[in-house]
Design a protein around this ligand. Structure first.
Ligand code: ADP
Ligand code: MG
Length: 244
């Protein structure tokens, strides 16, 4: 399988895996098999040719994302493994819960120890593209992000790292990715912190019209207890200001 490193954060390496291409070594092995088939049984040759052994496509996803949590040398090796396994499972659990509610997040293909295989969302990452969207498209994307966030919050899912780097606009749908810091909580305050994070991200990366963008986000954000969450956001923001 072709594997390309596309991002590396503090927690994990992110690979884009293409299951239809394979590395050189595997190709050579398959070629040898194929040639020996040809010599031994010429009839089988045609059958084998039809099946085309060089095309591997066992999963419904030709391309997918592999998020592989890396070890930290400052942690005890046993604890380190436990943490990486626990976080991988937790991320998959949150994604599956969100998926079951029809929220736009990547589908989970498989988890294996500290490896998480998920659907590849091929689209425009807002951190990179939002500033170049038309005013209309910006407004649509932000409103959709507000709607998806409200659905998460109503399901008591807190994202924990809600920024424009973790949001992808694809074919008129807004996807939220990276639940590595996510957790379940019914608390108004935890939901307000998510709002604080997205507001800060807008201010930092999309400063030209961040107020407008955040308003558009709020126009789509209609969870239960919205008033209380917005009120709490003020407290969270004040606290943030003291910190700096
Ligand atoms: N499902 C996905 N589809 C498309 N790109 C992805 C997907 N998951 C991760 N990426 C890309 O990899 C980057 C890092 O992945 P992420 O899950 O956000 O991990 P980190 O904790 O390192 O931020 C993302 O910003 C995005 O560019
Ligand atoms: Mg991320």
């Amino acid at each position: 399988m072709g594997k390309q490193l596309i991002a590396q954060g503090a927690e994990a390496k992110i690979f884009l895996v293409d299951s239809t291409t394979i590395d050189k070594e595997s190709i050579n092995i398959l070629r040898t098999d194929f040639q020996s088939n040809e010599q031994i049984n010429p009839e089988k040759k045609t059958a084998t040719k039809k099946e085309s052994p060089l095309i591997l496509n066992q999963t419904p996803y030709k391309k997918f994302i592999l998020k592989s949590r890396i070890s930290k040398s400052y942690r005890h090796p046993i604890i380190d493994k436990q943490i990486r396994i626990r976080r991988t499972r937790s991320e998959a659990k949150i994604l599956n819960k969100a998926l079951s509610l029809g929220i736009n997040v990547p589908s989970v293909i498989k988890t294996e120890k500290f490896n998480l295989e998920i659907e590849y969302i091929k689209g425009d990452k807002l951190s990179e593209k939002l500033n170049y969207f038309s005013k209309q498209k910006q407004s649509t994307a932000m409103k959709m992000l507000g709607e998806q966030t409200a659905k998460l919050h109503d399901a008591e899912i807190i994202h924990g790292d809600l920024t424009t780097s973790n949001t992808i606009f694809k074919k008129n749908k807004l996807f939220i990715i990276d639940f590595g810091l996510g957790f379940f909580s019914p608390k108004i305050e935890d939901k307000a912190v998510d709002l604080h994070l997205i507001k800060q991200a807008l201010e930092a990366k999309h400063y030209k019209n961040y107020k407008e963008l955040f308003e558009q986000f709020l126009s789509g954000y209609a969870p239960k207890d919205k008033e209380k969450i917005i009120k709490k956001l003020e407290t969270v923001e004040k606290r943030g200001r003291y910190k700096h």
